[in-house]
Design a protein around this ligand. Structure first.
Ligand code: ADP
Length: 430
């Protein structure tokens, strides 16, 4: 037991003994004991009263000067209070710093509740999205940013990539919005002005499209002359080889230009692909017939239609994606190998796979395959007449349909390329 408690008990015993002693001298000893106990109680009550008064008006009054147990309790309260004040000051300081730094950020920051209501936003967010304080605090963000793609983005689950929108308050501006979930249900919405990057990207796309377009006409003329020369029976034998090579190179350039134009058309097409019904099984039958008519196809080219589903989309884009995958499989599979096409249902989604037993792709190359001009073996791709743009076209065409490409491959054994189409694009017939 702490010494002050022993002292307090000894003092109480002393007071009661004093009462008993006085009672023995003056008579009625129990009355004197009760009187002594009452005096002790009154003293403790007065200490309690002083403590209570100080606690209620702590900011104005100095702590009461009481010794013993009461003194110890008072000094503990003072210590606790000081510690609390210190932490509070630190928190307030931290909060001010945070507010100052987020206000100084060039990007907009909005704190959203679990119901997507605005709890707080910094000044750039107000400027970029036209939010006003205090009237917009507490309102749902999707009622203030009315772009339809933003509502879809909020309902989704993948926020790893920002969404680019054109805000209704300034249509010449592009904003990248990204949701960053934190804590239970709460999230941050980051807004960044990406107008400059989007303009540069548009300039790059225009440049590629224009350059390809400009190259097309002279190349058509050159190819025409080369075709005539190749068919000329009177051509000097020494020229036959060079003319054949020149024709092959001109064909390659034509293929690259056609792919570049196709890619820039896909990139510059705004938003999602249209929703025409596409008879995918019939399209795949046609692709197989075309593949079989190639000069040296792999011996087995099979087609499995495991679902009767159709798609909603742009037929030319879907056909271009499927053709690119099939042509690649045929290019990179030896004659004794096999290529299988599969059209199948995955839950409510629909998938198209091209499975080959060709050369396969080393794992480290797979993540980069859809980059423009990326080739695992540039020499081999050129020999096969590849432009290096086929998979970039597939990726863009799928993106415009809300789909994605999945690649599995094992070097020397073969590859499986799968196009996934979301349920919204699936046309369930009859
Ligand atoms: P390319 O015109 O060179 O075929 P793509 O963009 O279509 O360009 O493909 C990129 C690269 O991916 C190719 O150069 C090739 O190395 C590799 N590739 C694509 N499909 C296959 C496949 N089925 N088997 C092996 N490698 C492939």
């Amino acid at each position: 037991m702490a010494p002050m408690w022993t002292f307090a008990l000894v003092r109480l015993a002393g007071i009661l003994l004093l009462g008993l002693f006085l009672g023995l001298i003056f008579g009625s000893p129990w009355l004197w004991v009760v009187l002594a106990a009452s005096a002790y109680l009154a003293w403790q009550l007065s200490n309690l009263y002083r403590l209570d008064r100080w606690l209620r008006r702590r900011s104005q009054l100095a702590p009461p000067a009481i010794g013993g147990i009461w003194g110890d309790i008072i000094s503990q309260v003072v210590r606790l209070h000081r510690r609390k004040r210190f932490h509070k000051q630190q928190l307030v300081q931290l909060f001010r710093e945070l507010r100052k730094s987020t206000a100084a950020l060039p990007d907009g920051v909005i704190i959203l509740s679990g119901q997507r209501e605005i709890l707080w936003f910094n000044r750039p967010a107000g400027r970029l999205l036209g939010l006003k304080r205090p009237i917009d605090i507490g309102l749902r963000i999707d009622n203030l940013i009315r772009a339809p793609e933003f509502a879809g983005y909020l309902q989704g689950e993948d926020f790893s990539v920002p969404l680019v929108i054109r805000p209704s308050i300034r249509l010449d501006q592009y904003l990248a919005l990204q949701l960053v979930p934190y804590g239970p249900g709460q999230s941050l919405l980051l807004a960044r002005d990406v107008t400059r990057q989007m303009r540069l990207e548009a300039m790059r796309q225009d440049f590629v499209a224009n350059a390809s377009h400009e190259l097309r006409t002279p190349l058509t003329v050159i190819s025409g002359y080369l075709d005539t020369l190749a068919e000329d029976a009177g051509l000097d034998r020494a020229w036959e080889g060079p003319v054949r090579d020149m024709r092959a190179q001109a064909q390659r350039m034509n293929a690259i230009i056609a792919d570049l134009l196709e890619l820039s058309r896909l990139e510059s097409a705004d938003g999602e692909a249209p929703r025409e019904p596409i008879d995918v099984p019939a399209m795949l039958e046609r692709l197989r017939t075309d593949a079989l008519s190639r000069t040296e196809p792999p011996r087995v080219i099979s087609l499995e239609i495991a679902t009767a589903r159709w798609l909603y989309g742009a037929a030319s884009e879907v056909e271009s994606a499927f053709t690119n995958l099939l042509v690649n499989a045929l290019k990179y599979t030896p004659v004794e190998g096999s290529v299988q096409m599969r059209w199948w249902a995955d839950g409510d989604a629909a998938c198209f796979s091209v499975i080959d037993t060709g050369i396969g792709i080393p794992a480290e190359h797979i993540p980069r395959l859809t980059e423009r001009f990326y080739r695992v073996d540039p020499g081999r791709s050129r020999d096969q007449g590849g432009s290096g743009l086929g998979l970039a076209i597939v990726k863009h065409a799928l993106q415009r349909h809300g789909g994605w490409l999945d690649v599995e491959s094992s070097e020397g054994k073969g590859s499986t390329f799968t196009c996934h189409f979301p349920p919204q694009r699936v046309y369930e017939r009859g």
